[in-house]
Design a protein around this ligand. Structure first.
Ligand SMILES: Cc1cc2nc3c(=O)[nH]c(=O)nc-3n(C[C@H](O)[C@H](O)[C@H](O)COP(=O)(O)O)c2cc1C
Length: 393
């Protein structure tokens, strides 16, 4: 093995957890749980296969943590809301651990961008009474269109108007996150990631344009992150000091792919400061290109700003494709760990390939990789990749 990327392949301590290298798999929604949210055999195979590829930490796909308050966001999304979910995730966690990686379960509440088909006729909840102009994400895979007999464009399912959570309900939702975290640990996870990014409920509080509140949960960066902080505190009280708790942040939302925080890096700095004494062990920056913060007057990458302002280790994600790019993110001060999404989805052995230094025919991520059963999740898409027997780290 070459040691061309000494930082990338050095261990890291994130809060209570030591990880054998600085490569995390970014959370990727797959919609391959059973209809009732129970993790499936496909999920066990999919995560085990990627753990075997040599990465240090898996952050799972967004998982709904409670049945109350319309937390579920997607059809066939996994949950960690009951005993059957715990049993399913235990199989995933055991398989990942057997293959040498750590795993944290991403806890997510969809808020106003939840698929109305999973809301049971109830309005979605949000920071304020607003309505997203977006629609649920669909694959545009021709194969899937064929098996569903869909001609032309995929039908779009739009989001209904959301109602604002009361302060009492905010506390109840945070309690639901804490219970979900307790169940995640019961399932054998090494901790949890709180999803505060990508347009979902906590993002709707953190992002000024969707948070119009005038109480203690809105109106300033400190107030906008108060809900996320509360979730972190309640989770810590539920699972104790020995498990990792990460908070994921972003400017983008699934209904706002060019999102920008008003004030740019100044807002990021205020968010970072407001999280500096929070219960989170680390922050995780989500984007499609972490180098582009969308503000020409101060182009400092957002994760660099958040790291400095919070004093917390930062996992940085977005557009990191190969070893040199990953090492550069680490040595530039923009990251303590990198999270790789689409490349590890397409190439489960990404970490070993990078470490070996051998030339490899990288294939670009394609929307075609967003797939539905019955397909081969144990392996990668596209089919026919080399499948070496790497040693378990
Ligand atoms: C199909 C797909 C599903 C995703 N699901 C999630 C998710 O469940 N939770 C989350 O925080 N981010 C999710 N993301 C965002 C990724 O974690 C990541 O931020 C994005 O792919 C950019 O990173 P990359 O350039 O390494 O792929 C998803 C992205 C894609 C493409």
């Amino acid at each position: 093995m070459s040691e061309a990327f000494p930082t990338l392949f050095s261990p890291i301590k994130l809060g209570p957890l030591t990880v054998h290298n600085r490569i995390a798999m970014a959370p990727l929604t797959r919609q391959m749980a059973d209809a009732d949210g129970t993790p499936t055999d496909e999920m066990v195979a999919y995560y085990a296969r990627r753990a075997r590829g040599g990465l240090g930490l898996i952050v799972t796909e967004g998982t709904y943590e409670q049945d109350a308050f319309q937390s579920k966001a997607y059809l066939s999304q996994p949950g960690i809301a009951n005993a059957a979910h715990v049993a399913g995730w235990r199989r995933v966690c055991d398989a990942v651990h057997d293959n040498g990686a750590k795993i944290i379960i991403q806890l997510m509440h969809g808020g106003r961008v939840s698929d109305p088909r999973v809301l049971g006729g109830q309005p979605p909840v949000s920071a304020s009474a607003t309505q997203s102009g977006g629609w649920t994400l669909y694959t545009d895979n021709d194969y899937e269109k064929g098996i569903r007999n869909i001609k032309g464009d995929w039908p779009k399912v739009t989001f209904p108007p959301a109602r604002a959570l009361t302060v009492e309900e905010i506390h109840a939702v945070a309690d639901g996150f804490a219970e979900g975290a307790r169940r995640a640990v019961e399932a054998g996870a090494d901790g949890v990631e709180v999803h505060g990014a990508n347009g979902y409920l906590l993002w709707q509080f953190i992002t000024p344009k969707t948070n119009l509140r005038t109480d203690q949960f809105g109106g300033s960066p400190e107030n906008n992150v108060r809900f996320a902080r509360l979730v972190g505190e309640k989770i810590r009280a539920a699972i104790g000091p020995d498990k990792l708790i990460v908070l994921r942040l972003s400017q983008d939302g699934v209904d706002d792919f060019t999102g920008a925080w008003p004030g740019g890096t100044a807002y990021a700095e205020a968010v970072g400061k407001a999280l500096s004494d929070s219960a989170f062990d680390a922050l995780h920056w989500a984007s499609f290109n972490y180098r582009d913060n969308r503000f020409a007057d101060d182009p400092t990458p957002m994760p660099t700003v958040l790291k400095r302002a919070s004093g917390k280790p930062v996992i940085t994600n977005g557009g990191i494709e190969d070893g040199p790019q990953a090492e550069a993110a680490l040595v530039s001060g923009a990251a303590d760990m990198v999270a790789i999404g689409r490349p590890i989805f397409a190439h489960p052995d990404w970490a070993y390939i990078v470490r070996s230094g051998a030339p490899y025919p990288w294939l670009p991520f394609d929307r075609k990789y967003v797939i539905q059963p019955p397909l081969d999740y144990g392996h990668a898409y596209p089919m026919g990749l080399v499948d070496p027997e790497w040693p378990v780290p």
